[in-house]
Every structure is written in structure tokens, then in C-alpha cells.
Design a protein around this ligand. Structure first.
Ligand code: BGC
Length: 760
């Protein structure tokens, strides 16, 4: 419906009706105004499937929802590093929404994984803002191609579950811009989501839901967002302030309480009615966008979508280790002729999704034990029951015996539901003790041990060096078993890469000293050094780095080329590299491009991901991958000037196997042309002045004309302070100090010098 018609409808509404439209009818619906033909539409969680609740509604995943398909969670999807795949999953979910008459799915959830302890990391994409932004934009475009909206959440800096409704994330401007805002910025600019969900928390003391700076100035004016902002469920502190700031729709219903406050504020002159009209216009724009593009014929084909869920997960599984077993060849893929034992509860009842609002009522679950029937006869032993983390000696003994009798043992391990969920954070990075103990015991009797992990975020693996192979399946959705078996037996060549670091221990994590501390304030003291930005800059050892993942084939790189070796921040750089499948199996490689500043004055991470491309290669096949880098690939956020800013200098363009391993690199020089020329002051240091050719010339002339200064310089020759030492000392000396150290220097001379330097 066009703007004029929507405005016409709004003009026919009473103030009470308009205030009412700004909150839900119930838990999942917007309000109808039947007398003028405004319909009510439904929204639903998300993000990795439908949680459509018909009867008893809640936002914690407590009550039943319709039978649906559970796709791989964000942690898994992001590991695919495959934009097309994320788009495909989005399209499938969009189609399901049309079939179930859902106008908007509440996702994707794109918050940065600041710490592996965050209870909701399983839903989030990455510790890297670029990866999160690219993958979520692709997902959004997929869903919305079916004329169904998305709700990018939880905007902004919502990186912990502890006191998530009142906590203030205390973050500096540069860190917000470079790390926490980027996934939302990318999603808004490249995905054009119909709605954005503001988070519960505060930032530097102000509720995001009441921040005009974030909801209007940034989201709409700077990034061009044109949908409506919806509160996270119950994230309304002061409804009138929220409306003023740009929070359009309150969810769920406040049973009229907050609507009445809006009416009162308008009547008392505390709120401009135009602000209410504007929120209504934004909401109606989206309501009608959906209604006018309904696909009444859409069907929710659960069987087909189960197959899609399996094929998505196949691309997400990350092979972390694959060493030679007893036979002298890598343990994986397994040989169908071998005697194989599947061990562990998760072989039969996999953990495939997390707890809370994203919890899907799966219409079926395909376990590895069921899926393996199409591949081989395997023995099975449950091995542990981690409901209470207690070792069960009978189960252990059975598992050890099964492992002993087999040629290879595959242990299906992972985190139990209670270890990670929405609503609270993890306390440690450990698997249940009973599982670690079982793995060690199986290793005592069997050389060929494979561990398959089911978890939403990193775990420490004390048995890492004892097992032959490790597969990270993450929370892989209801068809996880099928995907696992295909990878185990080599029908699928694993191609996932970690979108987060697996640290050696909790104490190594960048925000270890502050995460989860503080009553209502979380201090983001690690700044921009989040995830691999921290570990690589400190050159720390980790279990597995960001971007890591193996394949059953091998890849070779050559011919890294750039289209120029010097550029300005107004130009783009084209980078190309050849990648070849050097093994004997078809496979997929994630080509990763990082930018590494050389000798940066600004504290910066050693390298940052600025491009990735997943390529599929037949044995012996070679492809050229090309990346285009613009100024943002080199920029930092300049908190003095409040803008993106490219520091002059050398940058390495690195093609890496993962965040730690550089394969090929080349160097380019980048020059800033956009930064407004700075005005020099009496406190500008000599080093800065001497790097400006104009200043060099003026200052040189002035010193050259000063006889006493020349005399002093000559005297210093051969004395304790050498010329070089003098220059080094001068580097950080402010201009005003010339008065103290250069005989004959006056304030008039300094001020004269400044006017000459600052003249255009
Ligand atoms: C969660 C959101 C969810 C909403 C509705 C909230 O508690 O934070 O992610 O979409 O509930 O269930």
C-alpha cells in the first residue's frame, strides 16, 4: 500500500486506536482495526525454524508450538561460510512462514560472541563482525524473497544472558562501531530487514529501547533502515520515551497499560502526536507489505524441509582433527567394511538445538544411529547418561567392551541442555565429567577413536591428543544424524570452518577478567580485541583458531595478485588468488582474506577478516577467486572525529588457511584523502609536524634562520646526546616547548608559525 493510503488510514484512527496499534494484540499478533480494514498479522520465533504457538503463548520456549522443522542453529550455519546456503535456508523458512501465515520471523540473531560463556551463543553467528554480517544478510535476503519479514536481533550489544534485562553494556565508541554494530549495519544495509528487534539491555547507562541515538540517528538516518523497530519481548522500560526514541511496536501486549500512557502523554503535551502517527505508519507499511504479497498456495512440506535441514548441516560440520589410525591412513572417512561401534547417548538422541525462545517442536529427529542403517551395521552402547553428571560404571563397561570389539569407535558427545540456554550463561567450558571420563576409557582400549561433538559453543577437550579424529557438528538441527553419517562415511566431504575460536581454557579468553562480573554493568575492557583479534595479536596458542577446518582433500594456493600496490581511501583494491584441489576427492574450500596493518600507530588486531568465498573444486580443478576491498577494509573508527578513517601506511593482504596461518601475502600502501586536515596547535608534537611536508619546510626554514638554534645544534655534535638521540627526543615534544629549549624563541614566533602551518 502506498504512503498516501497508509496516511489516509491513520488519519481515520482515534488517538486510542493509534496508541493501541503500537503494541501487540497478544503474544504473537499485531492489532487489527477492523472498522477501517487494518488486519492483524502474526510473528513467530525463529530463527532456525518456526515456533508458531497456537494456544498457550510464552517467550521462553516453555509451551508447545506447532510441529515444525528444526534447521541448524546459528552457530552451525555460520560455520558453513556459505552465503548461498544461508539464503537457501532462509528461503525454505520464508516458504514455511507463508504456509503458516506468519508475517515475520524473529531472527536472525546476530550478536557478537564476546565470550564463549554467553548462554545464547548457539543462536549467534560469530565472534567476527564481518562473518556475522555476511551470513545474516544472506539469510535475510532468502527469507524476504518469499515476502515474509525478518527481525534482526538483539540490537545492540546484548552479549550476555546475565541480567540481560537490566544490564548496561559499558562499551567505548570505537569498539561499538568496529565490533558490535557491524553485524547489524551489514544486515540493515545489505539485507534490508523489514524489522529490527531492540535488545533488553542498556548501553553506557541508557536502555537501547530508549536511545534515539541508536534507534533513529544510527539505524534510520545513517544506515537507511525503513521498517519498524519492535521491542524484545517485554523490553519496555518507559513506553513514552521509547516511542520518542523510535521504538515503534511494543511486544507482547501490555494489556493496554502502556498504550494508555501514550494517550495521556499526547493529551498532556508531553508527546507529539506526530510521533505516534509515524510509528503507526511504519508498522502498517510492513503489515500491508506482507498482506498484499500473501502466497495462499504455499505449503509447508515437512519431509522436504527435513531434507533441506540435512543438506544444510552437511555443509556446516567442521572436521577438527583427522589423523592416521592403526591402518596408517586417516581414520576418516570410515570404511563400511570395518566393524564400527557408535558410543554415547547422542548417537541415539542427539542434542541438536538450544533452549529458550528458539526451541522448535520438531516433527521428527533423525539420529546417527538411525541414519547409519543405510550405510553399515554398527554396534551401539549408550556409554553415559549426563542427565546428572555421574559416571555410570555399567554403561561405561558396555561401551569399553563395544569399543574393544570394533575396528573403530565413534563417540557422540556434547553439552546437555542444561549447560547452555537462553536466560543464563555458562559457567565453564567443560563437557560433563562423565563424558570426558568415558572418552579416556575408550581411548585406553581402542586406537581408532572419533569424537563427534554436539554443542552450541566451544568446549575444552582434555582428550584431544588421544583421539584420532574430531567432528564438530554444533547444534545441527533435527536431521543432524543424517549429515553426520554422510560425513563419517565420506559421502560428504566436510567443508565447515570455525566461525569462533576454541580457546585452550576459559582463563585465556579476552574478557575473562570482566565477563559476568559487575551487578548491572558489564565492562567491555578488552575493546576491539574480541575473539581471534585477541589471540592472534597476543600470539597465543589455542585449541582451534577461527576459520579452522579440515577436509578429506587438500588445497593449494598460488598467484596472489592485486590490481595496484598503492591506493587512496577513495579507491577500491581488487585481489585475486588461485586455489586448486590438490587431492583426489571433490571438496570445498573457504578462501579467507585478512587485512593486516603494518606498524599501526592505532592499537589494532594483527589481522582482520575482510573477505571469504566458499569454492567447490573437483580433484585437480583450479579456480580464481576475486575480492574487492573498499576503504572499510582498512579503516578504524576514529572516535575523535566520529567517522571511519583509514590510517596512512602499509597493509598486508593475506590469504589465510585460518586466523593463525598465513598462506600467501602481499603489501599495499594506502593513503588517506578523506580525513579533514587537522589544525595544528601549540601542543602538536614535533614528530607529527615533521611528517607533514609543508610543516617540515616551514619549520626547517625557521630553524635555519635562527642563528642561536644552529649554534646549539652544532654544539651537540659529538657530545653525549647524538643527533639521532636528539631527533628521537624531539619526536614527542610539543611545539610550545621550543620556547624553553630554543634560545631566542618567542610566543609571537610560535603563533606566527601556527598561522603559517594552518593557512589553507
Ligand atoms: C527473546 C527473543 C525472542 C522473544 C520472543 C525473548 O525473550 O530474547 O529472541 O524472539 O523472546 O519469544
Amino acid at each position: 500500500m502506498d504512503k498516501e493510503k497508509i496516511r489516509e488510514l491513520i488519519s481515520q484512527m482515534t488517538l486510542k486506536e493509534k496508541a493501541g496499534l503500537c503494541s501487540g494484540a497478544d503474544f504473537w499478533h499485531t492489532k487489527a482495526v477492523e472498522r477501517i480494514g487494518i488486519p492483524s498479522v502474526a510473528v513467530s520465533d525463529g530463527p532456525h525454524g518456526l515456533r508458531k504457538q497456537d494456544d498457550e503463548a510464552d517467550h521462553l520456549g516453555l509451551n508447545e508450538s506447532i510441529k515444525a522443522v528444526c534447521f541448524p542453529a546459528g552457530c552451525a550455519l555460520a560455520s558453513s561460510f556459505d552465503r548461498k546456503l544461508a539464503g537457501k535456508m532462509g528461503e525454505t523458512i520464508g516458504q514455511e512462514c507463508q504456509a503458516e501465515d506468519i508475517s515475520t520471523i524473529l531472527g536472525p540473531a546476530v550478536n557478537i560472541k564476546r565470550s564463549p560463556l554467553c548462554g545464547r551463543n548457539f543462536e549467534y553467528y560469530s565472534e567476527d563482525p564481518y562473518a556475522a554480517s555476511e551470513m545474516s544478510s544472506a539469510f535475510i535476503r532468502g527469507v524476504q524473497s518469499k515476502n515474509v519479514g525478518t527481525s534482526v536481533k538483539h540490537f545492540l550489544a546484548n552479549n550476555q544472558e546475565k541480567r540481560r534485562m537490566t544490564n548496561s553494556s559499558d562499551v567505548d565508541e570505537r569498539t561499538l562501531r568496529e565490533i558490535y554494530m557491524v553485524p547489524f549495519e551489514g544486515a540493515v544495509k545489505n539485507g534490508k530487514p523489514w524489522t529490527v528487534m531492540n535488545s533488553y539491555n542498556r548501553i553506557n547507562g541508557t536502555f537501547v529501547g530508549e536511545s534515539k541515538e541508536y534507534l533513529t540517528d544510527l539505524l534510520r538516518e545513517e544506515w537507511g533502515f525503513d521498517g519498524y523497530v519492535v521491542s524484545d519481548w517485554g523490553a519496555v522500560n518507559d513506553r513514552v520515551e521509547a516511542l520518542k526514541a523510535g521504538m515503534d511496536l511494543e511486544m507482547p501486549s501490555s494489556n493496554g497499560v502502556n498504550d494508555a500512557l501514550i494517550v495521556k502523554a499526547v493529551q498532556e503535551g508531553a508527546l507529539d502526536e506526530a510521533a505516534v502517527d509515524q510509528a503507526c505508519e511504519r508498522i502498517l507499511n510492513i503489515v500491508f507489505r506482507y498482506m498484499e504479497n500473501r502466497d495462499e498456495n504455499a505449503v509447508f512440506d515437512r519431509e522436504k524441509d527435513h531434507g533441506t535441514a540435512a543438506s544444510v548441516e552437511e555443509e556446516c560440520i567442521v572436521l577438527l582433527k583427522n589423523e592416521c589410525g592403526e591402518s596408517g591412513k586417516p581414520v576418516l572417512p570410515l570404511d563400511r567394511e570395518q566393524k564400527i561401534a557408535f558410543i554415547g547417548k547422542y548417537a541415539q538422541a542427539p542434542r541438536y538445538q538450544g533452549g529458550g525462545s528458539s526451541h522448535i517442536n520438531s516433527w521428527k529427529v533423525e539420529s546417527a544411529l538411525e541414519a547409519v542403517k543405510d550405510f553399515a551395521d554398527v554396534a551401539y552402547a549408550k556409554g553415559f547418561d549426563d542427565a546428572e553428571d555421574k559416571a555410570d560404571e555399567t554403561l561405561e563397561a558396555e561401551a569399553v567392551q563395544a569399543a574393544k570389539d570394533a575396528d573403530a569407535a565413534v563417540i557422540f558427545a556434547g553439552l546437555p541442555d542444561s549447560f547452555e540456554s537462553e536466560g543464563y550463561d555458562r559457567k565453564h567450558l567443560n563437557l560433563p565429567d562423565c563424558q570426558n571420563r568415558l572418552i579416556e576409557k575408550v581411548c585406553d582400549v581402542q586406537k581408532n577413536v572419533v569424537v563427534v561433538l554436539h554443542n552450541g559453543s566451544p568446549v575444552v577437550m582434555p582428550w584431544k591428543d588421544r583421539v584420532s579424529a574430531i567432528l564438530e557438528a554444533y547444534l545441527g538441527g533435527q536431521a543432524v544424524g543424517k549429515a553426520e553419517v554422510k560425513v563419517l562415511f565420506g559421502e560428504v566431504n566436510p567443508s565447515g570452518r570455525l566461525s569462533e575460536t576454541f580457546p585452550n581454557r576459559l582463563e585465556d579468553t579476552p574478557c575473562y577478567l570482566t565477563y559476568g562480573k559487575g551487578k548491572d554493568h558489564a565492562e567491555y575492557r578488552e575493546g576491539v580485541f574480541v575473539g581471534y583479534r585477541y589471540y592472534t595479536t597476543r600470539d597465543m596458542d589455542v585449541q582451534y583458531p577461527f576459520g579452522y577446518g579440515l577436509s578429506y582433500t587438500t588445497f593449494g594456493y598460488s598467484d596472489l595478485a592485486v590490481d595496484k600496490t598503492g591506493l587512496t581511501d577513495a579507491e577500491t583494491l581488487s585481489v585475486s588468488v588461485d586455489v586448486e584441489n590438490t587431492g583426489d576427492r571433490a571438496g570445498k574450500e573457504v578462501v579467507q582474506l585478512y587485512v593486516a596493518p603494518v606498524n599501526s600507530e592505532v592499537p589494532r588486531p594483527v589481522r582482520e577478516l575482510k573477505g571469504f568465498e566458499k569454492v567447490s573444486l573437483e580433484p585437480g580443478e583450479k579456480k580464481t577467486v576475486t575480492f574487492m576491498l573498499d576503504d572499510r577494509a582498512f579503516a578504524v573508527w576514529n572516535a575523535d572525529l566520529h567517522c571511519w578513517d583509514v590510517p596512512d601506511g602499509a597493509y598486508r593482504i593475506q590469504i589465510c588457511r585460518n586466523a593463525r596461518e598465513v598462506i600467501l601475502e602481499t603489501e599495499v600502501q594506502v593513503k588517506n584523502t578523506k580525513r579533514p586536515r587537522q589544525k595544528y596547535t601549540a601542543n602538536t608534537c614535533m614528530g607529527e609536524l615533521m611528517s607533514d611536508p609543508k610543516a617540515q619546510q616551514i619549520l626547517g626554514q625557521m630553524m635555519g634562520n635562527n642563528e642561536q638554534a644552529k649554534e646549539m645544534e652544532e654544539k651537540s655534535q659529538g657530545e653525549a646526546v647524538s643527533q639521532e638521540m636528539l631527533a628521537a627526543m624531539m619526536q614527542d615534544m610539543p611545539l610550545r616547548q621550543l620556547i624553553s629549549f630554543v634560545p631566542g624563541m618567542t610566543w609571537d614566533a610560535v603563533n606566527g608559525l601556527l598561522s603559517a602551518l594552518n593557512a589553507d
